[in-house]
Design a binder for this molecule. Structure first.
Ligand SMILES: Nc1ncnc2c1ncn2[C@@H]1O[C@H](COP(=O)(O)OP(=O)(O)OP(=O)(O)O)[C@@H](O)[C@H]1O
Length: 287
């Protein structure tokens, strides 16, 4: 996807928010958009998602399926979450099961029958995320998705971003909290004074070396398809205890803060993965 000489303002007499911005987002990119309040992050995201047309310049190569979750989900609608998401699933030619799977993954299942206007801010935000993910997106644009989310759901977002990217999609997330900071190869788009500066991070805290077991479908489906579901017998270990993966399994190495290690292992196990803590030397982190 290519952004060329893009300029935008909200009215003919309004000040320019972006001026002559050019950059590329190759397939598989995960990008975080940062910048001060009012810098133009949400505006850039609306433009990338196609929610507003460019004033000048062009955006080409946008993938056909775009999932976009604006910063504020409009709750003033006379539907339950289930009716709203079910309708969108039908419009996008997706089965209702897609809604159920994403609702489960984002911790929304128990609230699906709640009217939208009665949802808390964080839960309404989750409805916005589920609708963006209903159809596997070639471009996923999330405006401040970490804001107001509970810890469990926050932990899912970097995984979802990595899965969309591993399937060849582009992920663009505005985020004051650097929630995707660990993603290897992360692009940072810094918006300031009408320009966008692009920085690439070659490695991050989380090194996902093998992601072929992932798809853009929720983990439960992906894990089942890859034979990684809960209850699958662990392969026999070698004498030193190193697990031997089944041919349809893959090993994903995840490097995390030491303080989070046990919690991450516990979470992976709770999700049905075989996970273990292993000794780590600092030099490994640079690989
Ligand atoms: N719908 C709109 N109509 C007119 N001006 C707007 C509109 N939306 C945003 N703006 C203006 O465009 C500029 C950029 O706003 P934008 O919301 O993109 O910034 P932001 O970086 O996302 O800010 P924040 O971090 O506070 O969410 C601001 O000056 C804002 O007042």
């Amino acid at each position: 996807m290519r952004i060329t000489d893009l300029s935008f303002r909200y009215g003919r007499r309004a000040p320019w928010v972006l001026t002559d911005v050019s950059f590329e987002l190759p397939p598989g990119t995960v990008a975080e958009v940062t910048g001060g309040n009012g810098a133009g992050k949400s505006t850039l995201l609306r433009l990338l998602a196609g929610a507003v047309p460019p004033g000048r310049g062009s955006i080409t190569g946008r993938p056909p399926v775009v999932g976009y979750a604006p910063e504020i989900f409009p709750v003033e609608q006379a539907f339950t979450a289930r009716a709203y998401l079910g309708h969108l699933a039908a419009v996008r030619d997706r089965p209702a099961a897609a809604m159920d799977l994403w609702a489960e993954r984002l911790g929304l299942t128990d609230l699906l029958d709640t009217p939208l206007r009665d949802l808390s801010k964080g839960s309404a935000h989750k409805v916005g995320l589920v609708q963006a993910l209903l159809a596997p997106p070639g471009l996923l644009v999330l405006d401040e998705p970490f804001s107001g989310l509970d810890e469990r759901t926050r932990a899912e977002l970097p995984l979802i971003a990595a899965e969309v990217a591993a399937a060849g999609g582009i992920v663009v997330v505005s985020d004051h909290q650097h929630g995707l900071a660990g993603h290897p190869g992360l692009l940072r788009l810094t918006v300031a004074a009408g320009t966008v500066t692009v920085t690439t991070f070659e490695t991050g805290l989380v090194e996902a070396r093998t992601l072929e077991a992932r798809t853009t479908e929720p983990r439960t489906e992906a894990a089942a398809a890859a034979g990684l579901g809960a209850g699958r017998a662990a392969p026999a270990g070698e004498p030193d205890g190193e697990p031997v993966p089944h041919p349809r399994q893959a090993v994903v190495e995840v490097l995390v803060d030491a303080a989070d290690a046990e919690a991450v292992v516990g979470k992976l196990r709770a999700d049905g993965y075989q996970a273990r803590l292993r000794a780590h030397t600092p030099s490994e982190g640079a690989s």
